[in-house]
Write a protein that binds this ligand. Structure first.
Ligand code: ACO
Length: 371
């Protein structure tokens, strides 16, 4: 038995939700480029859960369900108020989502119908949790979700308490579409491993949030913004990045386990970053990002991934950088729950083996005789 470090190249599940073939990403067989240009996030969530695009009536039905379940239990809001003010935003999200199970009588109902409804409830509630956390830590009251608007609109509204601009809603919606699913990425795999023990959907999503938090996965978008803030100006890009490359340090937002010729989502976010810069009349972040890309791609051949341009986009939308990864979760919960439902449909415990590389033939030594 020989271990494959990072499970690279190992096919660990059969799935009909999303595919990455020859560098092309599809959701249920539809190219992500078409969805990014034309679909709303709610349509994409429906597509991931049900396997096909909704009719108008089905879409209206889903939107009504998402509205109905967007409120948080009062106990979860009370819990958010108890978290230390400086809590890590992903740790807060992970804790709050785990606690949602305590207030759902159907948390352990394993029927498909109940699990599908829980997927919708989780999708409805995650944006409310993130917005409420962001306000509570600033000493503000959470803003109740609004009826009759989509998730992107509602999230921006709950975050600021103000009606968001149409362009901001459009940008946020597209970002949600682009992040919704991505085959067997680390967090999705974590969710499938958890529920393959026949544990509940809340446990699966809580595991996924824990996995998404890390800077090698979803946490990279925040790390990119930390880097952009550190660099500070266009003139400082070259010495800063050159220094990182010379020291063989990773540049966040570049590289990917699966894509070696570029992440197909990145071009949409790059375009969005440019457009938001133009609208703001400040191209600094966009131009710094392009210059970083030129240097890293030019010297290392590494292309930007989904996290790279999303950092400048979210900043130009006025979002604090530690909410970038929670926003990723707001979108990816659609994919996680679709994968969890798929796992339950044809479940087998996920339990690989390890290649043992430790000592052999050892013996127990009583504590008093250990050196
Ligand atoms: N900057 C500089 N060098 C890099 C980078 C980078 N961002 N990414 C990979 N490399 C180099 C590595 O140092 C390594 O070089 P070596 O062979 O000389 O040691 C080589 O490329 C292979 O890198 P690995 O880390 O082994 O590749 P792996 O497939 O395990 O990792 C990963 C992929 C984690 C995405 C990696 O490219 C990385 O750390 N990128 C930065 C973090 C990031 O942006 N993560 C978000 C990914 S997208 C997402 O999860 C949503």
């Amino acid at each position: 038995m020989t271990a494959t470090k990072g499970l690279e190249g190992i096919v660990a599940a059969a799935s009909s939700i999303s595919s990455i073939i020859d560098g092309v990403l599809t959701y249920r067989g539809i190219n992500i480029d078409e969805l990014a240009e034309q679909a709303s996030f709610e349509e994409v969530a429906y597509l991931l859960w049900y396997g096909k695009l909704p009719t108008k009536q089905q879409l209206d039905g889903l939107k009504a369900q998402l509205s109905e379940h967007a409120q948080l239990p009062a106990e979860v809001i009370a819990g958010l108020k108890l978290y230390p003010k400086g809590s890590n935003s992903m740790a807060a999200l992970r804790t709050a989502v785990s606690s949602l199970a305590l207030y759902d009588d159907a948390a352990n109902d394993m029927s498909r119908e109940a699990n599908l409804l829980k997927a919708i409830k989780l999708q409805a509630k995650l944006p409310t949790v993130v917005a409420a956390f962001a306000r509570i830590r600033e000493g503000k009251e959470p803003v109740a979700p609004k009826k009759g608007v989509g998730i992107a609109h509602n999230f921006l509204y709950m975050l600021t308490g103000e009606e968001p601009a149409a362009v901001a809603v459009e940008a946020m919606d597209k970002a949600l579409v682009l992040h919704a699913d991505h085959e067997l990425n680390a967090s999705t795999f974590a969710s499938r491993v958890t529920v393959a023990t026949l544990s509940d959907i809340y446990s699966g999503v809580t595991s996924a949030i824990g996995a998404l938090k890390g800077p090698l996965h979803g946490g990279a978008n925040e790390a990119v913004m930390v880097m952009l803030d550190d660099i500070g100006s266009l003139a400082n890009v070259e010495p800063y990045i050159q220094n990182k490359l010379n020291n063989k340090e990773k540049v966040m937002g570049f590289g990917h386990r699966v894509y070696k010729n570029g992440d197909p989502r990145a071009k949409h976010l790059m375009q969005m970053s440019r457009q938001l810069g133009e609208l703001k009349g400040d191209m600094t972040l966009y131009e710094m990002s392009v210059k970083i890309e030129d240097l890293v791609t030019g010297q290392k051949g590494l292309k930007p991934n989904v996290d790279f341009y999303s950092a400048s986009c979210y900043t130009m939308l006025g979002i604090p950088r530690d909410l970038f990864t929670p926003i990723f979760a707001i979108s990816r919960v659609s994919g996680w729950t679709a994968h969890i439902l798929e796992q339950y449909e044809d479940n087998r415990l996920i339990r690989p083996r390890a290649e043992y590389v430790g000592p052999v033939g050892q013996h127990y030594v009583p504590v008093g005789k250990r050196g």
